[in-house]
Design a protein around this ligand. Structure first.
Ligand code: ADP
Ligand code: MG
Length: 444
């Protein structure tokens, strides 16, 4: 039984602080207030919308877990804004109402992901143009549309924008947005409860089907089968299908060729990492919309430091805004450096071959000497190739210099090594993550 005032909230805060560390805890959880505690819902008050958005996107699972562990609570969280800014508060309410209204019709779109909020630059121009065309003439031009690109580059934003546009501008069309994990869960549940007919009915009768993160369909035969037939059914009726993925169709592992072919049957559009100017434009647009006073100097610094991930770029801006609104002090260069010190390191520490060797050796449980010496054993072959690959990615060293550092190889061996690593990364998700994590450690 839940009761306010029995120190539950304090216990929960302690638990969260343990997990999160002091810095983030003080910034994001200290300012929260427990307003109401019921069997099935909890209302928390947050200082402003930055908090609401940030906590909902990043820390909701911390709250859920701590509440369920300490109070056995499994209900819903509502974050209420204490903000005095009436206009912003009103806008948030409007967005929430729209979301609720759509959700009651089974449409789950993020209302903030619209074309108006999407900054177009050379890196995403093509995908954006394709998405716009599809929104204006669903089903008749490019179907399916397959959008792919790296993490945090705007794929989910774009396919939601298609949905939002159609819902708002073309009446009478049914729209369905579904992340593939959810589709997977629905297929599994339908099989278990013998409800396949309902599932087919739901997915094969829409006008616009938006499927997110389709790469996660790898290796799931039953889901692939169902998607294949859904696809055919919609395709035959000239309905609009849009898919988002972190890689192109031919690089999605463990799916039958007939699906790969289907995915690529319409238009394939990629999104590249944003250029410096696009990053600046995104920051300024977001700052303007959220009424954040972002000095030009800080804006340029962020755009320079955050290499590609737009989610990270926005995250930094929101963190600065939250900090500024809490302390009542404006965003400055010094403040930014101190608030973001965990995210952005200030000096560009040069990446040396020694640093790469050390990190690679540690990650594979080897000694540095193993990578440097000429010896040819199987255990060191792959780590050494990884080392050469990372050296080529992160340093300005020539290929033959890289070879010298890794067992005295010549430049063609380095080229071969890099090819091998790239190929293995494209086929083996775990290997790819391993290499990425080594690169991250070297950079940080
Ligand atoms: P992905 O699905 O590719 O991982 P998201 O669509 O979730 O990336 O984008 C991450 C964040 O960056 C979102 O908050 C999104 O609104 C923002 N974003 C991405 N691209 C743009 C853009 N071109 N203009 C404005 N915001 C963008
Ligand atoms: Mg996404």
């Amino acid at each position: 039984m839940l009761k306010k005032g029995e120190g539950i909230w304090e216990k929960i805060l302690l638990k969260i602080e343990e997990r999160l560390g002091k810095g983030s805890f003080e910034l994001w959880f200290k300012p929260l207030k427990l307003i109401d505690l019921k069997e099935d819902s909890i209302i928390l008050e947050v200082p402003n919308r930055f908090f609401k958005e940030w906590i909902e996107e990043n820390y909701l699972n911390y709250l859920t877990e701590a509440f369920s562990e300490i109070a056995g609570f499994t209900g819903q969280f509502k974050l209420r804004i204490a903000e005095k800014d009436k206009e912003l508060k009103k806008e948030v309410m409007q967005l929430e109402n729209r979301t609720k209204k759509l959700a009651s019709k089974g449409i789950f779109l993020n209302p903030r992901y619209t074309f108006e909020n999407f900054v177009v630059g050379p890196s995403n121009q093509f995908a954006h143009a394709a998405a716009r065309t599809v929104s204006e003439q669903p089903g008749s031009v490019y179907s399916p549309l397959f959008i792919y690109g790296g993490v945090g580059l705007g794929k989910t934003h774009l396919i939601n924008a298609i949905g939002n546009y159609i819902v708002d501008n073309i009446s009478g069309l049914s729209v369905l947005y579904v992340p593939i994990e959810q589709f997977t869960n629905e297929v599994i549940a339908a099989i278990r409860h013998q409800k396949m007919a309902e599932l087919k009915e739901k997915y094969r009768n829409v006008d616009v089907l938006l499927v997110d993160d389709i790469q996660f369909i790898s290796g799931k035969a039953a889901v692939q089968e169902e998607l294949f037939h859904t696809f055919n059914s919609l395709y035959d009726k000239q309905k609009q299908i849009v898919m988002a993925s972190d890689r192109p169709p031919k690089e999605i592992q463990d799916i039958p060729d007939r699906l790969k072919t289907r995915f690529g049957m319409g238009l394939i559009a990629d999104i590249q990492p944003p250029e410096y100017e696009t990053k600046i434009a995104i920051l300024n647009k977001k700052a303007e919309k959220e009424k954040i006073k972002l000095p030009e100097e800080v804006c340029h610094w962020l755009a320079k430091k955050i290499k590609s991930n737009i989610r990270e770029l926005e995250g930094c801006l929101i963190k600065l805004a939250a900090h500024s609104s809490l302390t009542g002090s404006p965003i400055t260069m010094d403040m930014a450096k101190s608030v973001l010190k965990d995210v952005i390191s200030d000096e560009d520490r040069p990446v040396t071959p020694e640093l790469i060797q050390k990190t690679v050796a540690e990650s594979f449980g080897l000694k540095i000497q193993d990578l440097k010496l000429k010896r040819r054993t199987k255990e060191v072959a792959i780590p050494r190739q990884v080392g050469m690959y990372i050296a080529r990615e992160l340093t300005e060293l020539s290929l033959s210099d890289i070879g010298k550092h890794f067992g005295g190889k010549d430049h063609s061996t380095v080229i071969y090594a890099c090819k091998q690593v790239e190929e293995k990364m494209s086929k083996d998700e775990r290997f790819k993550n391993l290499v990425k994590s080594i690169i991250d450690r070297i950079k940080s």
